[in-house]
Design a protein. Sequence first.
Length: 361
Amino acid sequence: MFWFNCFIVAYTCFLLFLLLSYTQGLIKRSKVEKIALPIRLEEITVVIPFRDEKENLAHLLNQIKDISTPPAKFLFVDDHSSDGGEALFENMENQAIALLPMKDKTGKKEAIYAGVSQAKTPYVLCWDADITFSEGYFKELSTLAKHSLIILPVSYESKWFFEWFFEVDVALANYINHANAGIHRPVICSGANLLVEKESYLEVVCLDSHKHIASGDDAFLLRHMQQANKSIELGALNQCKVVTANPSSIGAFLQQRSRWFGKTFMLKDKVLNAYGLIQLLFALSFFALLLFLFCADPILLLKFWFVKSLIETVLLLPFFYALRKTKLLTILPIYGLIFPIYNIVLLSSLFGKKEWKGRPI
């Protein structure tokens, strides 16, 4: 009973800390937005690196053609595709859409760097080729304040019930990010939707330090910006949001999360590592208590599970409500049971070889 109470108190304090930090971030953002000078669309070039994504490109190009207020340029950077996707750009009538083939260098990081270098505008919007965006996306974009880096939201689209678990996992990571942004220290970002000042990007990015790692362009960019004390802003949850598909299977999900988890240690970010350690300690402690109570007192086990789930639901409700995904709260109790095992699997994956788009990481 003693360890049961210790866990509940510690876990509640951690969630309360996140809630207070998240609320503080919302208050600070509302004050900044009232006095900020917005970015103009003609100051933005959209850079989209791609490799063997013909189907995604076709869908994205169709969306771009329907934009009523476009940015200055859409620059698609071909990272040695072999599926014929470059043919979609032949006889392109839209002068705002251009194709930049990579000749010698390879990799998404090199592709993004080439695109940013070629941009003629002071700001660059980085997208992935598999995203979709809303009709009002660029109108919302033109209301954003100017910063060296703006982390914009990425939402995952679920087609089946089991994919809700993938969404919960991303949502909780974003919650920690938004909570930490309350103290001006976001810890993660997604390169699928990232607005960066060109001058700052070229100043801080050092590809030589991590170009041997196939993924992680977004994480390393955020870290470089922080180390250079650049202005970083975390965008509102539903403003300028893009949507991408969830991993197609549990295996693909674990492979993706393994890449993300591995990048945590490569970044050498003390704050991010601290959150990772706290997450791991809570997961392992919860798992140990479950095993002990299962053998010693199954009734107390049910009470423990119920109390933990109730605390999570109450303290996470404000964020999930703002995210417009309160339905995900219904699977939190089950997710909580899976989470410790999921963390153990991620830890074990660090010792194996990983690939991303056919390239070793």
